[in-house]
Design a protein around this ligand. Structure first.
Ligand code: NAD
Length: 492
C-alpha cells in the first residue's frame, strides 16, 4: 500500500498534537513519533544525499550560532561547568564531526566492488551502503551535547531518520537541543523526546532499526535486554575503569601532569577519564608529589575557579564522598589536594581532587567506576603484574600507557584489552575523527565517530549480479559425472 502525502501530513499533525497537547502515557507519545518517522520512510524514503549535506551543514551552523546558549545551559545544569570545557569537549567535537561527515559521506556511501570467485565469473559483486531506517539514540548527562549530536552525525550521514532521548539530569541543555533540532529538522526526520527513566525505558522497547545507547554498564544491560525482545541491533557506549599505566622508563612528573589534565577535565565526570593509575612501586611517592604539584598548578583555587567543574548532582556528590570514606575505612592513605581553601561550600557541589595510596583491591574505589576527581594509585613491581591487574578486571573503555620504549608499548598492547588507547597522553584518542570510538566487553559494543559511525548506521547490502552469459547451468541437478569431475577439482 502506498500512502499519499496528505496522509503523511495528517500523521505529522497528529504527532505534533500528541507531542504538544495530549498528556499521553510515555509509550504512546514515543510510538506515535516512531510511526510518523516510519510512514515518512515509506512515503519519502531515507534522507537523500542532498538533504544529508544540507542538514549536516545547517546543524553545524546552528550549534555555532547557539554557542553561548549551550555554554549557559550546560553551566546551569551542572551548577558550574567550565565554559572552556563546554566549548572544547561538547561543542567543538560536534561541529568538527558534522563538517568532517559532510566532506566525506559521499565517498563513504560509494558502492564497493568485490572480487568474485573464478567459477562464478563473469558475474560481479558489490556492496551497497544503505540507511538502516529509524535509529534511536539515548544519551547521558556528562557531555550532553557531544554524546547526543555525535551519534546523530553518523546516523544522518548514513541517511537515517532519528529519535533522540537526552538525559533528564541536564534539562536545560536537553531543552536547547530540542530547540536546535526543531529549527533544522522536521520531526519525521529527527525528533527529541524528553523524559526520565520511565520514558527512557519505554524508548528502549521501541522497534527501531538500530539503537545507540550511551550510559552506564548497569543501564546498558537493561537496554540490551529490551532491544533483544524486538531483535533491535544495539551499539552500547558504556563506562568502566580505564587504567593509566606508567612504565618504568617514563618520567613520572610528565605522566602525572597529563593524567591530572585527563582526570580533572569536567571534574572527572568523563567516561574515558583515567580511573586509577598503575605506578612502579619505587616511583609511588614521586608520583603522588608530582600529581599534587600538577593539580595545584592546573587549579590554584577550586571554589571560585571558573575552570573547575561542579559535580552534577547531590547523589553523585554523596557517592564520591562515600568512596573516600570507604577507602579510608579500608586503610588507604587519602591525600586531598585543595590548595586554595580549607573549606568548599557544599552548595557549590565541587569536590577537591584526591589522590590515594595503599588502597586495598576490595575498597569500593577500586571496584566501581569513579566518575569524579579521585585517583587511586596502584603500585606494581613489574609490567607483567600491571598487565595482570588490568586483565583480571572487565575490559575498560580506555587505556593510557606512558612509555617511550617501542617494545614495552607493543608488549602492553598485546597483553591487555580496551576500547581505545592513548599513548603518552590522556583522552585525545576520542577526538580523532578517523579512529573508531567504542568499548569492548563490559565497556560496550560497536563503535562510531567519522566513517565508523557511518558504517554503524548503514546496512552493508551484498549484491551478486549474474552475467547475461554464465556457467550457472553447470551446477544444477541431475548431478552426474561432469559435476563429480568439477567437485573433485574444487575439493582437491
Ligand atoms: P545512565 O545509564 O544512568 O543514563 C544514561 C541514559 O539512559 C539517560 O538518558 C537515562 O534517562 C537513560 N536511562 C535510564 N534508565 C534507563 C532504562 N531503564 N532503560 C533505558 N534507558 C535508561 O548514565 P549517566 O549517569 O547518564 O552517565 C554516566 C555513565 O555513562 C557512566 O558510566 C559513563 O562511563 C557512561 N558514559 C559512557 C560514554 C561512552 O562513550 N562510552 C560516554 C559518557 C558516559
Amino acid at each position: 500500500m502506498r500512502l499519499n502525502i496528505d496522509e503523511l501530513a495528517l500523521f505529522k499533525r497528529s504527532l505534533r498534537y500528541v507531542h504538544d497537547v495530549v498528556p499521553h502515557p510515555a509509550g504512546d507519545r514515543l510510538q506515535a513519533c516512531l510511526d510518523a518517522q516510519r510512514l515518512a520512510l515509506v512515503e519519502r524514503g531515507a534522507l537523500s544525499p542532498e538533504r544529508r549535506d544540507e542538514a549536516l551543514g545547517a546543524l553545524a551552523d546552528s550549534i555555532v550560532r547557539h554557542t553561548d546558549d549551550f555554554v549557559t545551559a550546560v553551566a546551569a545544569d551542572f551548577g558550574h561547568r567550565s565554559a572552556h570545557e563546554t566549548r572544547l569537549a561538547d561543542l567543538y567535537p560536534v561541529v568538527a564531526s558534522l563538517r568532517h561527515a559532510r566532506r566525506h559521506f559521499r565517498k563513504w556511501m560509494k558502492p564497493r566492488r568485490r572480487p568474485i570467485q573464478w567459477m562464478f565469473k563473469p558475474g560481479t559483486g558489490r556492496i551497497l551502503y544503505q540507511p538502516l531506517g529509524v535509529v534511536g539514540i539515548v544519551s547521558p548527562w556528562n557531555y550532553p551535547v557531544q554524546l547526543t549530536l555525535s551519534p546523530l552525525t553518523g546516523a544522518l550521514a548514513a541517511g537515517n531518520r532519528v529519535m533522540i532521548k537526552p538525559s533528564e539530569l541536564t534539562p536545560r541543555t536537553s531543552a536547547l537541543l530540542e530547540q536546535v533540532i526543531t529549527e533544522v529538522f522536521d520531526p519525521t526526520e529527527v525528533a527529541v523526546l524528553q523524559g526520565g527513566p520511565d520514558v527512557a525505558k519505554a524508548f528502549s522497547h521501541l522497534t527501531f532499526d538500530h539503537l545507540l545507547f550511551t550510559g552506564s554498564t548497569h543501564v546498558g544491560r537493561q537496554v540490551m535486554q529490551a532491544a533483544a525482545e524486538n531483535l533491535v541491533p544495539v551499539t552500547l557506549e558504556l563506562g568502566g575503569k580505564s587504567p593509566a599505566l606508567i612504565a618504568g622508563d617514563y618520567p613520572v612528573e610528565k605522566a602525572a601532569e597529563r593524567i591530572a589534565v585527563g582526570k580533572l577535565f569536567n571534574a572527572g565526570q568523563t567516561c574515558i577519564a583515567p580511573d586509577y593509575v598503575l605506578v612502579p612501586r619505587r616511583s609511588e611517592e614521586a608520583f603522588v608529589s608530582a600529581y599534587r604539584k600538577a593539580v595545584s598548578s592546573l587549579y590554584p583555587t577550586l571554589a571560585d575557579n571558573p575552570d573547575y567543574t561542579a559535580i552534577i548532582d547531590e547523589r553523585h556528590l554523596e557517592r564520591l564522598r562515600h568512596l573516600i570514606a570507604d577507602a579510608r575505612e579500608h586503610g588507604a592513605c587519602v591525600h586531598e589536594i585543595n590548595p586554595g581553601e580549607e573549606y568548599l561550600n557544599p552548595a557549590l557541589r565541587k569536590i577537591a581532587p584526591v589522590v590515594m595510596t595503599g588502597v586495598p583491591e576490595h575498597a569500593q574505589v577500586l571496584q566501581q567506576e569513579i566518575f569524579g576527581p579521585l585517583l587511586p594509585v596502584v603500585a606494581y613491581d613489574d609490567v607483567e603484574q600491571a598487565c595482570r591487574f588490568i586483565g583480571a578486571r572487565p575490559h575498560p573503555l580506555a587505556l593510557y600507557l606512558f612509555s617511550h620504549e617501542g617494545q614495552a608499548i607493543d608488549h602492553v598492547l598485546a597483553r591487555t584489552s580496551s576500547g581505545g588507547v592513548a599513548i603518552n597522553d590522556t583522552l585525545l584518542h576520542c577526538v580523532q575523527e578517523e579512529l573508531p570510538f567504542g568499548g569492548i566487553g563490559a565497556s560496550g559494543m560497536g563503535a562510531y565517530h567519522g566513517e565508523a559511525g557511518f558504517r554503524t548506521f548503514s546496512h552493508a547490502r551484498s549484491v551478486f549480479h549474474q552475467a547475461r552469459f554464465n556457467g550457472a547451468g553447470m551446477t544444477k541437478p541431475p548431478y552426474g559425472s561432469r559435476m563429480n569431475r568439477m567437485l573433485s577439482m574444487l575439493l582437491r
